[in-house]
Design a protein around this ligand. Structure first.
Ligand code: ADP
Ligand code: MG
Length: 233
């Protein structure tokens, strides 16, 4: 098979002396959408932060197109990582159009993905609904044509209709551009809607790698063992 766009090998990382990731190993190939599933506190967001360069001490390997990915977050973003974290992506006091321009993007490009935002282009980002903000954040990341887009709970807190709209738009655009996607999810039904593959993480270790057909066949079992009740620790 071809070289993965993103390859994590035995990733270990934490906060200070507290180790969180113990063995995160997974690949994301071009055109794949890999759902990183696990319960609250499993280490999903920490994995994305490690890849994007926000954790000072990471052991193991992070490869982008087969080459080590290192350095500050902006260096990694230039290499082709696009991170979408809820609540941190947009400048609330700037308009949607200004937020697009800050990312070196033409405001209208947003409408290729989300035409329903046309009337919102000159509204401050802080005035948008949570779903609309997430649309702008994810479109901005995708339109910069990253090699891999890292999504942290894309649909958290959104209505089911808004969640479906976002997920379907991301799937379509990623497929069209061949963008690799690593999508952190706590809800298996979102993973079922979007993922080509899944990696199941528990206590900082990727325990299972599944193809889409395996995820669908084992969804109930996986939910019971690895997702179940969210325990925040
Ligand atoms: N900034 C931080 N400092 C210390 N511990 C943290 C920090 N962020 C997360 N943690 C801890 O790391 C563990 C994994 O967190 P996280 O990766 O956010 O889990 P998930 O995204 O899977 O819910 C949790 O126990 C959490 O409390
Ligand atoms: Mg998280």
């Amino acid at each position: 098979m071809s070289t993965p766009v993103l390859s994590l090998r035995g990733l270990r990382a934490g906060y200070g002396r507290r180790q969180i990731l113990r063995d995160v190993t997974l690949d994301v190939h071009a055109g794949q959408i890999v759902a990183l599933l696990g319960r609250n506190g499993a280490g999903k967001s920490t994995t994305l932060l490690a890849v994007a360069g926000f954790l000072p001490q990471v052991e193991g390997e992070i490869l982008l197109d087969g080459q080590p990915l290192a350095g500050a977050p902006h260096t990694r973003a230039r290499r082709g990582t696009g991170l979408v974290i809820k609540g941190r992506s947009l400048f609330a006091s700037l308009t949607v159009a200004e937020n697009m321009r800050l990312a070196d993007l033409a405001p209208d490009a947003l409408l290729d993905i989300f035409p329903e935002l046309e009337a919102r282009l000159h509204v401050r980002a802080g005035q948008l609904s949570g779903g609309e903000q997430q649309m702008v954040a994810v479109a901005r990341a995708l339109l910069r044509r990253p090699r891999v887009v890292l999504l942290d709970e894309l649909t958290f807190g959104l209505s089911p209709a808004m969640a479906r709209r976002l997920v379907d738009a991301v799937v379509e655009r990623a497929r069209q551009d061949g963008t690799a996607v690593l999508a952190v999810e706590q809800h298996i039904h979102i993973a079922e809607r979007m993922a080509t593959h899944a990696a199941i993480v528990a206590e900082g270790v990727v325990k299972l790698h599944l193809r889409r057909d395996e995820l669908l066949a084992r969804a109930e079992e996986i939910e019971g063992i690895y997702l179940g009740h969210a325990v925040d620790v």
